[in-house]
Design a protein around this ligand. Structure first.
Ligand code: PGA
Length: 260
């Protein structure tokens, strides 16, 4: 079984001192583990150096990630942060197309794809988020919505680019609501996404591609979610701000790897 991936998305939370404490606590708590799970921390961009400094230590327990990147290359784009800048800070991963960015900042699939290319060009792994609203699910349109998101982004990549890309399925109705998709719902959608990849890129790539679940994943439900055959790990929001809960999620990933 390939290693699981657990990504902490801190969103716009924590002041500098709190961010420092959180990183140090997570690192200390993980120090005794022989981890097979790959852990990625994505703080707000302004704290990039905190996470890259820790991640560059020889015995670091995690990789450095961020939550967003500019669709543009360097230049006159006030307030933006480029993929090249991220790369120069040794950021390894970057979330793109999170539903909050799609909703509040008008990110379309077209913009998401541009961001993915900026990241790939700079050897940073894009973690491309997709997922449907509650209305879309109730109307039975969830497969259609996710298919469109995957086809207009992931399916346009070359196989070599896809090898360096991850996908996170995050049903919008489950994000920050405490309402998690059932393990069966998560499995069903992740298997569907994998089938889309298989159709375009073949079985080997479909098996290889990391597809994560996100949306109210916590220390209590992670084990059951991660035990689903197509769930390669989790994108964790609220619970990644609480070290105990976050460690439990990583432990769940470890348990699943060991049992398989
Ligand atoms: P949540 O957020 O775990 O707080 O639901 C997940 C996410 O938005 O990435």
């Amino acid at each position: 079984m390939k290693p699981k991936i657990v990504i902490g998305n801190w969103k716009m939370n924590k002041d500098f001192e709190e961010a420092e404490d959180l990183i140090t606590t997570i690192e200390e708590e993980l120090a005794d583990y022989q981890l097979q799970t790959e852990v990625v921390l994505c703080p707000p961009a302004v704290y990039a150096e905190l996470v890259t400094d820790h991640a560059s230590l020889e015995d670091s327990r995690f990789y450095a990630g961020l939550q967003n990147v500019s669709e543009f290359e360097n230049g006159a784009y006030t307030g933006e942060v480029s993929a090249e800048m991220l790369a120069s800070m040794e950021v390894d991963f970057c979330i793109v197309g999170h539903s909050e960015r799609r909703k509040y900042f008008g990110e379309t699939d077209e913009i998401v794809l541009k961001k993915m290319h900026r990241l790939l060009d700079n050897d940073i792994v894009p973690v491309m988020c997709c997922g449907e609203t509650l209305e879309e699910r109730k109307a039975g349109k969830h497969f259609e919505v996710v298919q469109k998101q995957i086809e207009s982004t992931i399916c346009t990549l070359t196989a070599e680019e896809l090898e360096r890309t991850m996908i996170a399925y995050e049903p919008i109705w489950a994000i920050g609501t405490g309402e998690t998709a059932t393990p069966a719902q998560a499995q069903e959608m992740l298997a569907f996404i994998r089938s889309l990849i298989e159709k375009k890129f073949g079985t080997e790539m479909a098996v290889f591609t990391y597809i994560l679940y996100g949306g109210s994943c916590n220390g209590k439900n992670a084990l059951e979610l991660f035990s689903q055959p197509d769930v390669d790990g989790g994108l964790i929001g609220g619970a990644s701000l609480k070290p105990d809960d976050f460690i439990k999620i990583i432990e769940a990933a470890e348990t699943v790897i060991k049992e398989n």
